[in-house]
Design a protein. Structure first.
Length: 255
């Protein structure tokens, strides 16, 4: 860990109509570190990830990644929204892995991984292909390059989704419950890939209910409830000696 801040979330507010889903979220993620976000269903975890990626507009507060404001530019003390094209460029630096994989069904595994590098980064096809084959080997799917997503198990599809996210060489990888849609026997193979990335120093924010994974891999565990960060700290502090009753109540249900 270098100690520099890769993701900086300050005072984030987000409402949907009258429902205030994020009520002032602050979160700093150090470069090369793994942050695991825990919290009950409806506490705002997915909205937080989507806000970091600017898939949601913010009502108040800001997100910056590697020092760059996401979705806005500052001028004369005011924030102005960036054009969609600029936001898309910023998003190429932010990998997102969804609960339901979201692979392109009509593309092969290899094409799923090369699509964004070719179309968004204008990489030469041969180069994108070589990189994709390396990434597929890294997630243990070198032999599946030419098949279609429907021919794969859920765990394999999620590993392709991770390879696809890595192909853009993101500054940060966001995972939204990456194993929640998987049969129990397939969870381990996906967590193993994420652990491997953690060891290689990839900056990650992982929303998950896998407490064992949090304990083993997280540098920081963040507990969210009702749109705020209730507490955060190293896994042994938050998981074994939580300071807040709401954290204790949540952990007693999931442990
Ligand atoms: P979590 O991921 O922690 O389960 P979410 O961030 O998905 O929580 O949702 C938090 C709350 O915001 C929930 O009550 C959810 O119904 C609501 N919500 C999320 N997205 C929308 C939306 N696009 N429109 C309206 N309500 C939403
Ligand atoms: Mg969610």
């Amino acid at each position: 860990m270098t100690g520099t801040t890769m993701v900086d979330v300050r005072g984030l507010h987000k409402s949907f109509g009258k429902l205030e889903v994020l009520r002032g979220v602050d979160l700093q993620v150090a470069a090369g570190s793994v942050t695991v976000v825990l919290g009950p269903s409806g506490s705002g975890k997915s909205t937080l990830l989507r806000a970091i990626n600017h898939l949601e507009k913010l009502d108040r507060g800001y997100v910056s990644i590697d020092g760059e404001l996401i979705g806005y530019r500052r001028s004369g003390g005011k924030l102005y929204e960036l054009k969609e094209r600029e936001v898309l460029r910023q998003r190429t630096h932010i990998g997102f892995v969804f609960q339901n994989f979201n692979l392109f069904p009509h593309l092969t595994v290899l094409e799923n991984v090369t699509e964004a590098p070719i179309s968004a980064l204008r990489r030469p096809k041969a180069q994108a292909r070589a990189q994709a084959l390396d990434l597929l080997a890294r997630v243990g799917l070198a032999d599946k390059a030419e098949v279609y997503p429907r021919q794969l198990s859920g765990g394999q599809q999620q590993r392709v989704a991770i390879a696809r996210a890595l192909a853009l060489e993101p500054k940060v990888l966001l995972f939204d419950e990456p194993t929640s849609a998987l049969d129990p026997e397939l969870v381990g193979e996906v967590l193993d890939v994420i652990k491997d990335l953690a060891r290689s120093g990839t900056t990650m924010i992982v929303v998950t209910h896998e407490i064992g994974f949090a304990r083993e891999v997280a540098d920081t565990v963040v507990f969210m409830d009702d749109g705020v960060v209730v507490e955060q700290g190293p896994p042994n502090a938050v998981l074994d000696a939580p300071r807040h009753e709401r954290t204790r109540a949540f952990l007693s249900k999931v442990l």
